[in-house]
Ligand binder design. Structure first.
Ligand code: KIV
Ligand code: ZN
Length: 515
């Protein structure tokens, strides 16, 4: 690795997937994996292979399609986890096993119920075992931010000697402050005798809103890998956001003379894809990828930007993928143009019949909407639409009536496991009436805990993208749906969430139990 390289390790599909309701199907992970590869991430953590059969298959599927980036699976520091990771990663041309164990006094005493000596022994055994399957092994000291630095140096020296090539120092609970965290990294690198034989990495959580600041402080103190996620998705308040790290490295190259291999023009498409798949909307004022990130409201700013862009802008919208690729499709676009755009966006379905279905939906959309932008295509390929064929509930009909002063009614047709049912319901609004009608049929007992509508593009003919979050017995799922008619989009989003809720989900949380 060259001296001025900063390794970008994306964990959208693992830590990002730990956000409540953000679970991703195998096909969705394939799409995200291809997008991350186009973005140019060095390593992508595709999941936690031992967590469930579905997780194993998703890691295996990503490992089968991604050729350029290294594909990684998380594994606790035990042989069973490591073997599952190795098996899932088998098809990948470049593979990494990422094994971890907690090192803070509080985790060792209460969660692991292990003595520090046992933790060192277990970490070394795990790394040695992982090295039997690949030369590329990463070791993480979970809750390093609250661990004793002397103990960290001892663990790291031992695991580097056992064959770990990357040493990750997570601030698991998002507790650190930038100066303190940078100091910890510098101290550990200086005091671990064999630190020159490994790449030091950081993995910061955003509980105090400091994940990016802490990661950059660590880079300035010697870290050469940053773990991050698209849109800052991740456990609780999320992880350091990939787009913010990458753009800070680029814009402040004067202070941080390191290179990432990221093609920044792919940042916005990646952000949109992850947002539509997970149903986590991007807040308008989010740095880099928020809708307002390059919008100037104040007249004095607009005037300045028109005269000389750099008066108020430190980077250009095009550099991060806004309005690049603005090739517009429409009613007259044929199969070939549609196919080539899907391929360029990395959202081309693998099966011919899925492509044929998508083309029918594209034509239907083009009848209602004059210009079809990339954002419309991403929405067309995600959410309820992409599940066609394999789901319990499908929308077959929807009619709503809404009149000033009268309660709206919705008449909904659903195919339930292939059987057609129609029902009517009243509600406080057309969307509420539609959800009530669906519930009368489904009887799911789910609570709707989030309902959100976003315009995908500008103008009143824009598709509305709706996110619905359902909760039942502690389980949370998100659904997304898009249509030029927001009641239809809402019904699709509700059904998308409901269909996910119906799938059995038995999976382990990586950080919840003993090795
Ligand atoms: O936050 C954390 O400590 C993690 C580890 C498993 C790397 O996600
Ligand atoms: Zn984490």
């Amino acid at each position: 690795m060259s001296d001025n390289k900063l390794v970008i390790f994306d964990t959208t599909m693992r830590d990002g997937e730990q956000s409540p309701g953000a679970s991703m199907s195998k096909d969705e992970k394939i799409r995200i994996g291809k997008t991350l590869e186009r973005l140019g991430v060095d390593v992508m953590e595709a999941g936690f292979a031992i967590a469930s059969k579905g997780d194993f298959e998703a890691v295996h599927a990503v490992a089968s399609v991604v050729k350029e980036s290294t594909v990684c699976s998380l594994a606790r520091a035990n042989f069973k986890d490591i073997e599952a990771a190795a098996q899932a990663l088998e098809p990948a041309p470049r593979k990494r096993i990422h094994t971890f164990i907690a090192t803070s006094p509080i985790h060792m005493q209460y969660k692991l119920k292990m003595q520090p000596d046992q933790v060192v022994e277990q970490a070394v055994a795990a790394v040695k075992h992982a090295r039997k399957f690949t030369d590329d092994v990463e070791f993480s000291a979970e809750d390093a931010g609250r661990s004793d630095p002397d103990f960290l140096c001892r663990v790291f020296e031992a695991v580097i000697a056992a064959g770990a090539g990357t040493i990750n120092i997570p601030d698991t609970v998002g507790y650190a402050l930038p100066n303190e965290f940078g100091g910890l990294i510098a101290d550990i690198i200086a005091r671990t005798p064999n630190s020159d034989q490994a790449v030091f990495s950081v993995h910061c959580h955003n509980d105090l809103g400091l994940a990016v600041a802490n990661s950059l402080a660590a880079v300035q103190c010697g870290a050469r890998q940053v773990e991050c996620t698209v849109n800052g998705l991740g456990e609780r308040a999320g992880n350091a956001s990939l787009e913010e790290i990458v753009m800070a490295m680029r814009v402040r190259h004067d202070l941080m003379e390191l290179e990432t291999g990221i093609d920044t023009t792919q940042i916005v498409p990646a952000s949109r894809l992850v947002s539509s798949i997970t149903g986590f909307p991007v807040q308008p004022n989010k740095a880099i990828v928020g809708a307002n990130a390059f919008a100037h409201e104040a007249g004095i700013h607009q005037d300045g930007v028109l005269k000389h862009r750099e008066t108020y802008e430190i980077m250009s919208a095009e550099d991060v993928g806004w309005s690049a690729n603005r090739m517009v499709l429409g009613k007259h676009s044929g199969r070939a143009a549609f196919k080539s755009r899907l391929e360029e966006l990395g959202i081309m379905p693998a099966e011919d019949n899925a492509f044929a279905d998508a083309f029918v939906r594209f034509k239907a959309l083009a009848d209602k909407k004059h210009d079809i932008f990339d954002e419309d295509l991403v929405a067309l390929m995600t959410g309820d639409n992409s599940d066609a064929g394999e789901v319990m509930f499908k929308l077959t009909d929807l009619e709503v009536s809404s009149k000033l002063g009268v309660s709206p009614t919705a008449s909904v047709g659903l195919s339930v496991m292939g059987e057609e049912t129609h029902i009517q319901a009243e509600g406080d609004g057309p969307v509420d009436a539609t959800f009530k009608a669906i519930e009368k049929i489904a009887q799911s007992g789910c609570e709707t805990s989030l309902y959100n509508v976003n315009a995908i593009t500008s103008g009143t003919e824009s598709q509305g993208e709706v996110t619905v979050r359902l909760e039942r017995a502690g389980r949370i799922v998100n659904g997304v749906g898009a249509d030029t008619d927001i009641v239809v989009a809402s019904a699709r989003a509700y059904l998308h969430a409901l269909n996910q809720m119906m799938k059995p989900q038995v999976r382990q949380h990586p950080q919840s139990s003993n090795p």
